[in-house]
Structure formats: structure tokens, C-alpha cells
Design a protein around this ligand. Structure first.
Ligand code: HDD
Length: 713
């Protein structure tokens, strides 16, 4: 019961911790049944004699087991695996010119938020490091009601119309006959679908990039994806796209590394977020908006209503308007992260929808899915979903209703209840939909303005650095290499060729088949535009101006901080304590964390005779769980080269392009390792406790990875 007494505002303020709460309630707190009867024995069921059969009358056993049997609720059909956190949003500048939303006008308010990050395809217990889009859903508990920004870490989507969503999800999820593979798109049904859906090509470029294998949930951008509307108090509207920019920069891991992390720690992202918040390293994002006047609706060579398109930041800059800080972990995963119910239709006055057909379909889906998942129209009464704004209406009853409505009036208009509650006029904060003119024939059609499926895919590919382009080629080669049906691979090569001939040629080489000369027209299979006579452009527009903001490596907002990075210190008995201390202090001052690894737990004795506490052993630690590696000096360090796990550690660090620093005897280990070729990502010093090495290592770690190494391995 205690959590139900905490409010979302309390959570955002990080008020009473669990420990404090438990302490204050420890006295006189007995174990009870759900009916409040104190339990005398929680270890033994009621039996007829100590070796006899159990008795049906044991209401305590039956209550406990029944409740346990019903603990699971249906997992989300998509985005089943998630990690959540509380925090707040703070506005920098009032946005009254564009929107009347209260929380976007008052810079003195800290609006509580709850965020849930997720993967899309896998089941609830699947790995965090799947190649996948990440959900980035933010619930703002504003004083005018709940606003949910239910976005992803990629600014576009696979499909243009909600009608295709069940098909997309059926295709990407584990195949129905054998439920294989889990949380992976590298299989026939996904690529069969994609090869027949040219509209997916832009999103495919994103999903095959390192954006789909983030280093951390704290190092991802977020996007509202659809074009929404801001509406001001004069009822004037502007189109708006929402962006979240992480203060820690946007970073990915290597694909081989992602697969190994999945084995070593499938909760890698969940744990990383949890620990950062527990340690007080609160992740932060800035909220940015791209604002487009209504009069510019048709100014661009793509349609603002098409969710497979983005607005390049060079065309419409992102204006930063506020920041979000996540400062408190959930008290209970199920009660909060699992039961939170997001909905793109949860909006507040000042924000409105557009006619994006994907968004319009979503407006139906989310209530419907909560009914199936949470089992009742009263899901808004679950503590994590409750608005902090006053809530009064005549909705009544239903499964597990919490509110006890008083009086006999449950209708409007009424006189018996004094007319309460009243409708709110616009100037009293009543929600009114934007007065958009709609006058058209009913049709089942796709607008011709949605038909260029290749230009923005090419824009994305051409905006990447050569290293990032190589990663896209490798990802496509991996995924299509796992596809068994050759015709699907060929169709995909045809589509890739329509994006970029070089890209297609490189993937074709890896697949060992040629790019088809006359690719099958995929649209003939699929979405129906063809039988209406629409001619879709078959090639990307050749006059593409690359956008640096689309590249993680070129992105001008990239941060060089090493805050919260985990650096492995490979140690042994006889390590030089000063070498450890000097580097550890330098890293700590830069916000990073050194983790001492040695052959055994407990302590090791340094060559100076001091004891150094050990945090992990070589049996537990793995390079893929760290951002960089340092080998200190010391007589005992030479023996590290005899440890198999140390060799594996260093080889993985090298292959995943991590920065490696070593000094004294540590440097010799690197020099003597024939698998490692020295390059600028490897920083060695013959001296002990070398301050120059510290400075250059910290600077290097700020670059995240030395991806250039890939050319030599
Ligand atoms: Fe969705 C969950 C994001 C298209 C139907 N979606 C869900 C979540 C996120 C998104 C972040 C997880 C929320 C949470 O953490 O609980 N979905 C998106 C984005 C989309 C998108 C960015 C495209 C721009 N979704 C989409 C379509 C449909 C749905 C077109 C259906 C027509 N999505 C759902 C759902 C889910 C969901 C079935 C499953 C669990 C839930 O809603 O609460 O209703």
C-alpha cells in the first residue's frame, strides 16, 4: 500500500527513499493476508499431521498461490522490454508565441515526468542489445493534464499508414511456426516484408546504422517522429517536430560487441540507466523543436504528414527550449515501468495532432492495447498513470475501480448536482481541437506527395562518414546473409540500388550475388499505389545536400565528455599503486569510473606494499562491458600476459576500436601482443604515473571509439 500514497510529484522531487520509508514503518509491521489477518507461519502449509496431506481449507496458502499464479499480465505486443525512470522537465524560454500549453510557458515550473525506454521486437525478457529501434516515451504530468510524447530514438518510421502496422510487427517478430529468432530482424519474414515495402527504405538506413545498437539509453537522441501542431492562445497553429538531444552525446557500440554484450549482460542498458541514477549521475536531454508555419505546409519536396520523412536540421533548425533530468529510479518495476500506459492521444491544450495517417491510427491503438494489457478502462487510476491535474467526470465503475464516487449524479447536464462538474470554456483552459478545414472525398489512397521512398534514404546514407557507411554495409550483409530465401536478398539489392548504387554493390559482393539488372518492381507486390496508376520515383533524387546532424560522428551537438564512462584497470599482484592512483584520480576528475580487475577478489598487494581493493575478476569482467582499458605499470603486471582472459580482453578491446592506454610494464604487454598493431588509438608510455598519458587518454576517450582502426583489422 505504501507506494499508492506516493504521488508522481513526490517521485519527481525524489522525496522519501524506500529505505527511510521502510525504517519508519518497521515497528509493528506484521505479515498479513490481503484481508489484513496477521500470519503466524509463512513457511508451512496446513496439513493433516506433519507428514499428512495438505488441507483445502488453508485460505492463507490458497490466497498466496492464487495471487502468485496471476502475477503476470500480457506483455506489450510491441515495446515489451523496457526500462523506466522518473524525473522532471524544465523550460528555458516561454513559448507563448507558438503554444498556450502551460508547461511550455512557465519557466518556474518543474513538470514531473516518467520516461520509458524500450526495444520493439523482443519479448519482455529479451536482450537490451538487439539491433532495433528504441522507444523513447515521455509522460509529462502537467498541471493541465497528462501529455505523452511517445517517440523513438529514430526520427522516421518503417511505414506511412497505420493499416500496415500489424503486418510490419508480424514480419519482424519471431516467426510464428517456431518462435525463432528472438529480438532480431535478421530473418526471412522481416526482409520479405521490407523487400516489398519501398517506403521502409529510409527507416532501414537508420536501423542498419549504429543508432540501432546504442552504447547507453542515456546516449540516444529521441524524436516525436510525427509532425504535431502547436496552437497559441489566438488559436494560430504552427507545425512542430520534437527532438530530445542527450547531454552525453549520441553513441553506438560495434555489432560484434552488441552480440557479446547480449551474452555477458543482457540487462546492460537497464543496469546502466539504473546505476547512473543511483550514483547521482542523472541523465539529461534538451528538448528541441523544429517549428514550421502553416503557410509553409507545401514548401518542401516531401510531405510533412509523411512519417517516413524528416525535416533536415539545415532546412529548419532545432530550437532548444528546455531540459529533462531523470533523477529517480522506480520503486517497483511492475507498478511503474510495466503498468505505465502511454498514448499519443494524451495531449494538453496548446498541442494538437496532424493528419499523418500513422499518427491517426495510433490514436486508436493505444487505448485499445491498454484495455487488453491492463484489463480495464480504469488504467488511468494506476498510480503511475494518474494525472496531477484535478480530475472530475461522470465516468463510473468498471473492473478494479479505485475512486469511490459520492452522490447520485453521474450525468451531464444535471441540476441535482448543481450542474457540476462544468464544461471549461477555452479561456478557462478547456481543450478545443484546432479548427482545421477538412473537405474531401472518402478514399482509401496514399497521397502522391508520399511517394518518394528513396531520396531521404540516400540523404541519410550520404550524410554518414565512410566509417558509418561501412557499418551500414556490414549490418545489411549480416541481416541479409541470415535470410535463407535468395529471391528476398535479390529484391533487397534492387531496392538498395535505388538508394545508392555503391551501397548495393558492396552488399551484393558480401552476399555473393549480383545486383539485379532489372529489379522486380516491389510496389507491384504490395501497397496498392500501382493499381491506381501512381508512378513512384524509382531512384533517389541526385541533388541531395548531406546533413551533418544525421551522422553520429559528425553531429555538431556531439559531446566530448567522458562522464560516467567505465574504464577497466587490468591489475595483478605487484601492480604499481601510484600508477593506478594517478590515472584513477585523473579519470575520476573527468567524471569517469575506474574499475579494478585482478585474478581474485579481495585485495591485491602493490609493489609498494599497499593493499588495493579488487572490484571484479577476469572470470567476471569482459571488455565489452567497458568503454576503455588501462594497464598500469608494476613488476607483477608482466604476468598478466599469461592469463587467457586478459588476452581475450585486450583483443576484444582492440577489435571493438576502444582506446587502450598502458604504461611501464603494461605498455610492454601491448607491444608483445602480436594480435595488436599500434595505432593512434593505443596510447603507451614507458614512464610511470605519466600525467601526459592521462591527459591524452581522457581526450581520446571523449571521442568514444577509434573507429579508424577497422581498416587494419
Ligand atoms: Fe507504438 C507502444 C512508439 C507506431 C501501436 N509505441 C509504443 C511504445 C513506443 C511507441 C515508444 C512503448 C510505450 C511504452 O513504453 O509503454 N509507435 C511508436 C512510434 C511509432 C509507433 C514512434 C511511429 C511513429 N505504434 C505505432 C503504430 C501503432 C502502434 C502505427 C498501431 C497502429 N505502440 C502501439 C501499441 C503499443 C505501442 C500496440 C504497445 C504497448 C502500448 O502501446 O502501450 O498500442
Amino acid at each position: 500500500m505504501k507506494n499508492s500514497k506516493k504521488t508522481n510529484q513526490d517521485n519527481a522531487d525524489g522525496k522519501q527513499s524506500d529505505l527511510e520509508f521502510n525504517k519508519s514503518h518497521a515497528e509493528n509491521e506484521f505479515l498479513t493476508t490481503n484481508q489484513g489477518v496477521k500470519i503466524n507461519d509463512n513457511n508451512n502449509s496446513l496439513k493433516s499431521g506433519e507428514r499428512g496431506p495438505s488441507l483445502l481449507e488453508d485460505f492463507i496458502l490458497r490466497e498466496k498461490i492464487t495471487h502468485f499464479d496471476h502475477e503476470r499480465i500480457p506483455e506489450r505486443i510491441v515495446h515489451a522490454r523496457g526500462s523506466g525512470a522518473h524525473g522532471y522537465f524544465e523550460l528555458y524560454e516561454p513559448m507563448g508565441k507558438y503554444t498556450k500549453a502551460g508547461f511550455l510557458n512557465d519557466t518556474s515550473i518543474k513538470t514531473p515526468v516518467f520516461v520509458r525506454f524500450s526495444t520493439v521486437a523482443g519479448s519482455r525478457g529479451s536482450t537490451d542489445l538487439a539491433r532495433d529501434v528504441r522507444g523513447f516515451a515521455v509522460k509529462f504530468y502537467t498541471q493541465e493534464g497528462v501529455f505523452d510524447l511517445v517517440g523513438n530514438n529514430m526520427p522516421v518510421f518503417f511505414i506511412q499508414d497505420a493499416m500496415k502496422f500489424p503486418d510490419l510487427i508480424h514480419a519482424v517478430k519471431a516467426e510464428p511456426h517456431n518462435e525463432i529468432p528472438q529480438a532480431a530482424s535478421a530473418h526471412d519474414t522481416f526482409w520479405d516484408f521490407i523487400s516489398l515495402m519501398p517506403e521502409s527504405m529510409h527507416m532501414i538506413m537508420w536501423v542498419m546504422s549504429d543508432r540501432a545498437i546504442p552504447r547507453s539509453l542515456r546516449m540516444m537522441e529521441g524524436f516525436g517522429v510525427h509532425t504535431f501542431r502547436f496552437v497559441n492562445d489566438k488559436n494560430e497553429a504552427h507545425f512542430v517536430k520534437f527532438h530530445w538531444k542527450p547531454k552525453l552525446g549520441t553513441h553506438g557500440v560495434a555489432w560484434d560487441e552488441a552480440q557479446k554484450i547480449s551474452g555477458k549482460n543482457s540487462d546492460f542498458h537497464k543496469q546502466d540507466l539504473w546505476e547512473a541514477i543511483e550514483e547521482g549521475n542523472f541523465p539529461e536531454w534538451e528538448l528541441g523543436v523544429q517549428i514550421i508555419p502553416e503557410s509553409d505546409e507545401h514548401k518542401y519536396d516531401f510531405d510533412l504528414l509523411d512519417p517516413t520523412k524528416l525535416i533536415p536540421e539545415e532546412l529548419v533548425p532545432v530550437t532548444i527550449i528546455g531540459k529533462m533530468v531523470l533523477n529517480k529510479n522506480p520503486d517497483n518495476f511492475f507498478a511503474e515501468t510495466e503498468q505505465v500506459a502511454f498514448h499519443p492521444g494524451h495531449i494538453v491544450p496548446g498541442i494538437d495532432f496532424t493528419n499523418d495517417p500513422l499518427l491517426q491510427g495510433r490514436l486508436f491503438s493505444y487505448t485499445d492495447t491498454q484495455l487488453s494489457r491492463l484489463g480495464s478502462p480504469n488504467f488511468h487510476e494506476i498510480p503511475i498513470n494518474r494525472t496531477i491535474a484535478p480530475m472530475h467526470n461522470h465516468q463510473r465503475d468498471g473492473h478494479m475501480r479505485q475512486e469511490i464516487a459520492v452522490g447520485k449524479v453521474s450525468y451531464h447536464p444535471n441540476s441535482l448536482g448543481g450542474g457540476c462538474p462544468f464544461q471549461a470554456k477555452m479561456d478557462q483552459g478547456g481543450f478545443t481541437s484546432f479548427n482545421e478545414r477538412v473537405d474531401a472525398h472518402k478514399v482509401r489512397e496514399r497521397s502522391k506527395s508520399f511517394s518518394d521512398h528513396f531520396s531521404q534514404a540516400a540523404l541519410f546514407y550520404n550524410s554518414q562518414t565512410p566509417i558509418e557507411q561501412d557499418h551500414i554495409v556490414s549490418a545489411l550483409s549480416f541481416e541479409l546473409g541470415k535470410v535463407e530465401t535468395v529471391a528476398i536478398r535479390e529484391r533487397m539489392l534492387g531496392l538498395l540500388n535505388q538508394v545508392d548504387a555503391n551501397l548495393a554493390a558492396k552488399v551484393a559482393k558480401n552476399l555473393g550475388i549480383p545486383v539485379p539488372k532489372n529489379p522486380e518492381k516491389p510496389m507491384n507486390h504490395g501497397v496498392g499505389a500501382d493499381d491506381k496508376g501512381n508512378q513512384e520515383p524509382s531512384k533517389a533524387n541526385q541533388n541531395i545536400v548531406p546533413s551533418d546532424a544525421l551522422s553520429m560522428l559528425k553531429n555538431p551537438t556531439i559531446s566530448n565528455t567522458i562522464a560516467t564512462r567505465q574504464i577497466a584497470f587490468l591489475c595483478n599482484e605487484g601492480v604499481n599503486a601510484d600508477s593506478v592512483k594517478v590515472m584513477k584520480t585523473a579519470l575520476k576528475n573527468a567524471g569517469a569510473k575506474a574499475v579494478i580487475i585482478a585474478p581474485h577478489l579481495g585485495t591485491i598487494v602493490s609493489e609498494e606494499g599497499t593493499e588495493i581493493p579488487v572490484e571484479q575478476t577476469y572470470k567476471i569482467a569482459a571488455s565489452v562491458l567497458f568503454d576503455g582499458v588501462f594497464i598500469p605499470s608494476g613488476k607483477g603486471i608482466a604476468d598478466l600476459s599469461k592469463i587467457k582472459e586478459v588476452k581475450e580482453f585486450l583483443n576484444d578491446s582492440y577489435h571493438h576500436c576502444k582506446f587502450i592506454a598502458a604504461e611501464g610494464e603494461g605498455a610492454k604487454i601491448i607491444k608483445n601482443n602480436s594480435d595488436i598493431k599500434e595505432d593512434p588509438g593505443i596510447l603507451l608510455s614507458e614512464n610511470h604515473s605519466d600525467k601526459n598519458l592521462n591527459v591524452s587518454f581522457i581526450k581520446a576517450l571523449g571521442r568514444h571509439r577509434f573507429w579508424e582502426r577497422e581498416k587494419n583489422i
